[in-house]
Design a binder for this molecule. Structure first.
Ligand code: S3P
Length: 174
């Protein structure tokens, strides 16, 4: 399929960019976390607290497989941990163009400092946590992403234009 899938660390802008990109391209937008919340009837924090991370990851893979089955082209915003799970990587690669959005540590700390919806970041020093998780995930993100966009200092339209050019190019090749 030729979906456009946005991956990257929590707070890098996947959902905000994805929503706008979908509008500009006149495509449906899907936020995987929102889909999981809707399907399970629980908030992400409740899923983690009640059933644990492994259960959440299972729901995440199920959701991905569901989307992989769809024949309608979509813009998909993936949860930050999804591309890190090895079982999801070949599925993602088959689904379309995977765009890695990157934001600096300072930007992420600023965006996530008052957030209480990300159980992975709870407790301890936020900056240190983000930094170590970023390091841990970097290789997986870069391996799964077909292309990386550094978002710092760019506005939404600039990022969207970059993505559209990439998508046009990859569609030409196909
Ligand atoms: C997670 C990222 C979150 C959500 C969950 C776990 C992660 O999505 O899936 O809290 O492990 O990075 P966002 O990247 O959309 O915040």
């Amino acid at each position: 399929m030729n979906h456009i899938i946005l991956i990257g660390f929590m707070g890098c802008g996947k959902s905000s960019v994805g929503k706008r990109l979908a509008k500009v391209m006149n495509l449906p937008f899907v936020d995987m976390d929102a889909m999981i919340v809707e399907k399970s009837g629980m908030e992400i924090t409740t899923i983690f607290e009640t059933h644990g991370e492994a259960y959440f990851r299972k729901l995440e893979t199920e959701t991905l497989l569901e989307l992989a089955d769809s024949t309608e082209q979509m813009v998909i915003s993936a949860g930050g941990g999804m591309p890190v799970q090895s079982q999801n990587q070949p599925i993602l690669k088959e689904m379309g163009t995977v765009i890695l959005l990157e934001a600096s540590l300072d930007t992420l700390v600023e965006r996530l400092q008052y957030d209480n919806t990300r159980p992975i970041l709870k407790g301890g020093n936020l900056r240190e946590k983000i930094e170590s998780l970023q390091k841990e995930r970097k290789a997986a993100y870069e391996q799964v992403g077909d292309v990386k966009i550094v978002t710092d200092g760019k506005n939404f339209m600039g990022i969207i234009d970059e993505i559209r050019k990439i998508v046009e190019k990859t569609t030409d090749i196909i």
